[in-house]
Design a binder for this molecule. Structure first.
Ligand code: URP
Ligand code: ZN
Ligand code: ZN
Length: 455
């Protein structure tokens, strides 16, 4: 046996119990009390929680965007991931006109083979059908384990937007292939109109990033996505849900049995649009922006009630000097914030404080993304699954500072956030990769996660 973790409290999606966990050849091979086997490494987890590694289903590593490239390379971002208990990331390469899905994804796989510190999968963002060739190629992509595709209903000027015709074509094609479409839902025309208006009026601060795309601007697009997916009877996954009205439309559709999956992010659970009134408001600029307190509360309520399927980060950091490009013009701020290392600690701290259960955190941060996106060997502590394991000390207090993170960015929206409880070790398929504040793995440890289509 390679590893036995003894005496911890094992947390699954349905319950918690005292047990030992045995690992051999990258897999969990036994879970039980007082396992008698010998092992090369024995870890005493008394007083600790033993959890499945989290899956961050939404990251943008070294992504060309906003006139620059997001600040975390695959190496830095996936290193930060495992240091926060995330053992699998789903990245979003963006296909542009003339590019093929597999050409793009293979180029990312090449980088990750050398650099990835966590396991990795890809959702491919489609921005152009290349005269229909992309719709054919989606089948080959699914065969290679890329079983989800994203589209943006925004970023029109950036040439990344798809219209309703393309969205509905993608939804129907994905259904044929057993794939999923992930959608960034905001209304592009309203955003452009309002942005222009505020800039003309000299209203240039980060607050007007929020004002140009407030609740109702996102809600219209959320409802439109629900409408198309419901009528076409296709599954759809709405990324980074942030607004109450759109969320309510999703909940209603879910209650009617529609295949609507909802992701939110820690930043929408923690912050409100008030952050954009701060001197450093530009650092919080992401799309969709943080919304009002009513939306924030609605997200927590929906999470507790089981209407939020996943919590992921939309990790897309930029350096301070890049955020500063928009000091006098909010439209020039590169959109995106850091989060991959904060996801699990933030959600687990919420559980530790009694706001939600630990089992709920396992559901939304591990099991549900694994199930929704077809990662058969991930998402749970169970015999036969990959030994992606996090040991969590519920008594360890931790304050987030950019200096105790493991990314390449120079600031974080989570600066100063106090957490009660923190991961102390992360195992990636049985290999220790994070140990009490230190990254101890080797870049290249991460493997590609080939996913299964939906049946
Ligand atoms: O502001 C964000 N979210 N940047 C990354 C791209 C996206 O929209 O997901
Ligand atoms: Zn997005
Ligand atoms: Zn994103």
């Amino acid at each position: 046996m390679d590893l036995i973790i003894r005496g911890g409290t094992v947390v699954t999606s349905t319950g918690s119990f005292q047990a030992d966990v045995a690992v051999d050849q990258e897999k969990i091979v036994a879970i039980g009390t007082d396992l008698k086997a010998e092992a090369d490494r024995i870890v005493d987890a008394t007083g600790k929680l033993v959890l499945p590694g989290a899956i961050d289903a939404h990251t943008h590593m070294q992504m060309p965007f906003g006139g620059t490239v997001s600040a975390d390379s695959y190496k830095a971002g996936s290193r930060a991931a495992v240091c926060g208990g995330v053992t699998t990331i789903f990245d979003y390469p963006v296909q542009h006109k003339g590019e093929t899905i597999l050409g793009l994804v293979h180029s990312k796989q090449e980088i990750c083979q050398e650099d990835a510190c966590s396991d990795y999968a890809f959702h491919c963002c489609i921005t152009d059908f290349n005269d229909g060739a992309i719709l054919d190629e989606m089948e080959e992509a699914v065969a290679e384990g890329i079983t989800s595709f994203k589209c943006f209903l925004v970023y029109k000027k950036e040439g990344m937007m798809v219209d309703d015709g393309m969205l509905t074509t993608l939804l129907e094609r994905a259904k044929e292939l057993g794939a999923m479409v992930n959608v960034h839902a905001e209304n592009p025309d309203l955003i452009d109109l309002r942005t222009e208006k505020y800039l003309k009026e000299g209203k240039t601060s980060a607050w007007y990033h929020y004002m140009s795309r407030p609740e109702f601007v996102a809600a219209e697009a959320d409802k439109r996505v629900v409408h198309w997916a419901s009528h076409l009877d296709t599954p759809v996954y709405i990324v980074h849900m942030s607004d109450k009205e759109g969320l309510e439309a999703c909940i209603k559709a879910k209650e009617e049995g529609k295949m609507i999956y909802v992701e939110t992010c820690p930043q929408y659970l923690e912050f409100t649009s008030d952050v954009y009134k701060r001197e450093d408001g530009r650092n919080f600029v992401c799309s969709p922006p943080m919304k009002g307190e009513e939306s924030r509360q609605a997200l927590w309520t929906a999470l507790k009630a089981g209407f939020i399927d996943t919590v992921a980060t939309d990790h897309c950091p930029f350096q301070s000097y890049e955020k500063d490009w928009g000091k006098d013009d909010f439209s020039k701020i590169p959109n995106g914030c850091a989060g991959v290392e904060n996801l699990y600690p933030y959600m687990l701290s919420a559980a530790n404080e009694g706001k939600i259960s630990f089992e709920k955190v396992v559901q939304v941060c591990a099991l549900n993304p694994a199930k929704i996106f077809g990662c058969e060997s991930k998402g749970e502590l169970a015999i036969g699954k990959d030994a992606d394991i996090v040991i969590y000390d519920p008594e360890k207090d931790f304050t987030v500072h950019v200096d105790n993170m493991h990314s390449d960015y120079d600031h974080t929206i989570w600066e100063g956030k106090k957490l009660h409880g923190y991961p102390v070790q992360t195992y990636l398929r049985g290999k220790l990769v994070y140990d009490n504040g230190e990254y101890v793995g080797t870049p290249g440890d991460g493997k590609y996660v080939k996913r299964m289509p939906r049946s």
